[in-house]
Design a protein around this ligand. Sequence first.
Ligand code: LCS
Length: 393
Amino acid sequence: MNKENSGFSTKLIHAGEIQDQFGSATVPIYQTSTFSFKSAEEGAKCFAGESDGYIYTRIGNPTINALEEQIAILENGYGAIAVSSGMAAATTIYLSLLSSGDHIVSTDAIYGPARGVMEKQFVRFGFQSTYINTTDVEAIEKAIRPNTKVLYIETPANPTMDITDLKACAEIAHKHKILLVVDNTFCSPYLQNPLDLGADVVFHSMTKFINGHADIVAGIIITKEKNLYHQLRTMMINMGCNMDPHQAYMVLRGLKTLAIRIDRAQENAMKVAEFLEKHPKVAWLKYPGLKSHPQYELGKKQMKGDGSMISFGLKSGYEGAKTLMNHVHLALLAVSLGGVETLIQHPASMTHSKVSKEDKQKAGITDDLIRFAVGIEDVNDIIEDLKQGLEKC
Ligand code: LCS
């Protein structure tokens, strides 16, 4: 069987696996910081790049590389670079692709700290940024300047669930000779493959769906071509934001069930979204699987499923949101998403609290917005939990 041409779920189990001397069914954890050379000559060859032997775990490690190979295959990329967190992926991308005086155009409603680090910290290094609603393709064209180097898209966006047209973005980016970077965290490679739609770089917080068990923080960057891969890999090695072999093993373990976890979570999410949308206390709701989503058709075109993230607001506004969060019992009141457990959180005061009030308003991160990450529990229990909580709102 050619594993590279097999189906997605087969690749989840077999792609990138290591054949070790004992026939281990899983990738072993090479918990070592350094690797010995057989001779001084071999060591020199490794450092000269004339041999692909391992040198030092910050540079490369067989457990980490197995994960990188597997994710590169799942995203149809040239190669992947595993990093310590999703934020390490974002900052490695910024620092690799931008120089002082360069400009980035980005989705306004992205994960809060990915925006905050540009506007509050990297601004000191001369990086310029413009945050816009990227569902408006014309607004993207208008925001591009002569010094723009990167178009950075998060779709569906955290936490508004807005969907941006990736094919249209790739066309704009390449017309202007800039790179398209996509944060694919909300979909995972199972539901969306931005490189196939024209993106140059894709990244994930693997803390979410890819690992899926709320027990690891991790990130990964995938590139479409070789030069970009080496540029980003060199930055990762020099910044030292590599993954640890044990962390890689945990992600490899979680990854095997990605498809069945997401299948179940999105089946649940559809039922939860339908329940909430009809509930008299709910003012509005955005879920890619419902026709009421403003970019429903686009989602159907570029995503292979609707995912398991819902955002909604109550008629009783922020007060109602607080009451609901304080009265659910099954859903954990916690940030993060993409795990087996259902989570509820309030972006305006939690994940996006550092984004200014004005920018939050512009990006649609309203005070009443509740973000609901649907898990794989029995859906009736999730709905019953919401039902009894909503009675108090
Ligand atoms: N990109 C997206 C879309 C995210 O949702 C997150 C984290 C990151 C990047 C950063 O990844 P990390 O460094 O945490 O692995 N999102 C979170 C959230 O919505 N709640 O808590 C973390």
